[in-house]
Design a protein around this ligand. Structure first.
Ligand code: NAD
Ligand code: TYD
Length: 350
């Protein structure tokens, strides 16, 4: 069956993996990638698939109501997979309103266009991609389930929680067919080097210090980005309308243990004596309001839709390190310009 799908944020980290998966797996679907190409969006992420006949890039801002409405009026989309967002917690602490604008207003603009242009049509779907951070912070025990009450604590997670609520409100009020997934921390190729794993890899390559916030006691649950893209595929095709699905790796790591593991992998890859990279570790001022622990219970997705993570973390991390070593040009391109002043302000004053 021919489907025309609008994927937003397809030039970013996770979005580019979703676009690639859909283009290759469903050659009979037509994929439009709507992206504003902010500092985090980069068309190089899709250079291997951009010439496929079922792909089209559309440059635009999801907060631009006129633009989004014109697009929906022109194109008859069957579905939206919405990933476009401001995604970095540290940036949300510095500039919260940018997150309110893109994540809340932008999602509202897309929902409103879908409501208006899909009215009376069957078989549509608005898929909203969200984060486990909406559930807040866990203590030492317990896992987030789909029933965990929302308790966002950073401007980023609050803006994502607000967008999740808007999506459900459009479902309940206007009968818009929606589905939401809330995923844990992703890692893998094309990850922008402001986030923990690619930042540490890049800093080790350049012999820069490794800024671990606080004492490195915070815990995250890490998932291979291609496993997240597979989960999105499964939920898009077989998820129940109006439902939420948690996606996670059953793979919790304390930050400091993860950084030590990365250091060991990097020493091996770079042919350096064991312990060399770990000497770069530096404990720096903690993030404001730093959530202690995230951990996802993905049982519903496993049991109801048959999804499971495919890759062991050590193997995924080794592949990720190798990808960054093999793509110095990509790293150089995305870390030039705006990134330099961000990096200085974020780290050189700590
Ligand atoms: P990213 O920052 O790498 O990419 C975001 C993309 O959105 C970029 O291509 C950017 O250009 C685009 N964008 C930003 N503002 C826009 C606007 N106003 N209009 C159009 N495009 C815009 O983010 P990511 O890590 O790939 O995350 C994608 C989605 O998945 C986000 O919604 C995020 O909240 C969610 N998520 C991320 C993670 C994670 O670990 N990275 C985990 C769970 C959920
Ligand atoms: P990050 O990759 O920013 O993802 P999130 O905050 O969305 O979970 O950070 C992952 C963890 O690593 C988080 O506990 C904060 C910590 N961290 C550092 O210790 N140093 C850093 O330079 C960064 C970017 C993150």
């Amino acid at each position: 069956m021919l489907k025309k799908i609008l994927i937003t944020g397809g030039a970013g980290f996770i979005g580019s993996h979703v676009v690639r998966l859909f283009l290759k797996k469903y050659p009979n679907y037509f994929i439009h990638n709507l992206d504003a190409l902010t500092y985090a969006g980069n068309l190089e992420n899709l250079s291997d698939v951009e010439s496929l006949p079922n792909y089209q890039f559309v440059k635009g801002d999801i907060t631009d109501e006129q633009f989004v409405n014109d697009l929906f009026a022109q194109e008859s989309y069957d579905a939206v997979i919405h990933l476009a967002a401001e995604s970095h917690v540290d940036r949300s602490i510095k500039d919260p309103l940018a997150f309110v604008r893109t994540n809340v207003l932008g999602t509202g603009v897309l929902l409103n266009a879908a409501r208006r242009f899909w009215k009376g049509s069957a078989g549509k779907l608005f898929y909203h991609v969200s984060t486990d951070e909406v559930y807040g912070s866990l203590g030492e025990n317990g896992l987030f389930t789909e029933e965990t009450p929302y308790d966002p604590r950073s401007p980023y997670s609050a803006s994502k929680a607000a967008s999740d609520h808007l999506v459900m409100a459009y479902h309940h009020t206007y009968d818009l067919p929606v589905v939401i997934s809330n995923c844990s921390n992703n890692y893998g190729s094309y990850h922008f080097p402001e986030k923990l794993i690619p930042l540490m890899i890049n800093n080790i390559i350049h012999n820069r210090s490794l800024p671990v916030y606080g004492q490195g006691e915070n815990i995250r649950d890490w998932l291979w980005v291609e496993d997240h893209a597979r989960a999105i595929d499964v939920i898009f095709h077989t998820g129940k309308v109006g439902e939420t699905y948690n996606v996670g790796g059953f793979n919790e790591w304390r930050n400091i243990d993860l950084v030590h593991l990365l250091c060991r992998i990097m020493d091996l890859k770079l042919g350096k004596p064991e312990g060399t990279s770990a000497k770069l570790i530096s404990f720096v001022t903690d993030r404001a309001g730093h959530d202690l622990r995230y951990a996802i219970d993905a049982t519903k997705l496993q049991k109801e839709l048959g999804w499971a993570p495919s890759l062991q973390f050590e193997e995924g991390l080794e592949k990720t390190v190798q990808w960054y070593l093999d793509h110095p040009d990509w790293v150089r391109h995305v870390t030039s310009g705006e990134y330099l002043s961000y990096y200085q302000e974020q780290y050189e004053r700590r």
